[in-house]
Design a protein around this ligand. Sequence first.
Ligand code: HPA
Ligand code: MG
Length: 219
Amino acid sequence: MAHGLQIKDEESGYNKNLFCIPKHYEEDLERVFIPHGLILDRTERLARDIMQDMGNNHIVALCVLKGGYKFFADLLDHIKALNQNGDKSVPITVDFVRIKSYCKDTPTEKISIVGELSTLNGKNVLVVEDIIKTGRTMKALLSKLKDNEPKMVKVVSLLIKRTYRSPGYRPDYIGFEIPDKFVVGYALDYNEYFRDLNHICILKERAKEKYKSNVRLLE
Ligand code: HPA
Ligand code: MG
């Protein structure tokens, strides 16, 4: 079973004043939770593990937007480096999907997928996701993917949350296993804000008020 780097429930992260943070977010963040450098170091190792398992065939890397885009770009950079410097190399092609979910985190969760899945027929697909909380959205995506008969599907998620509501879904590769706290940065958002922040950080409660929106569409 896959294990990510475990971040304990009592981990409080780092003083944000010891890191570079965009000025426009300084007052909104409580602490730096996972520094950008650590994300990249862990991603480098995930790239190696993935290539060890999947590196014999053409890989279609499927980015789950929008939250997955930073992790996707950095993971693919590391995979390219392995392709450039190793004894073996495989072509990587890319595809993108966007997921809207309705009745989120309920047993009747439904998703709709924006993006073309029929091109995945017969391919080795690597789904690249930012965060998995209950696993329901991912299970729904995988079931739609399987309708298109890919040869193989593996899932890598940068983060998974330890939650007691989780029905037990675990991806094939995990970057970090984190407590059930709301995090932003490195393309993870709160109502579209904070994607433009390198470190994964914890929001202040009052920032949730400040950036509140009536529209809830995105994971
Ligand atoms: N941050 C951003 N998006 C999310 C989170 C989170 O902690 N959990 C599920 N989607
Ligand atoms: Mg996501």
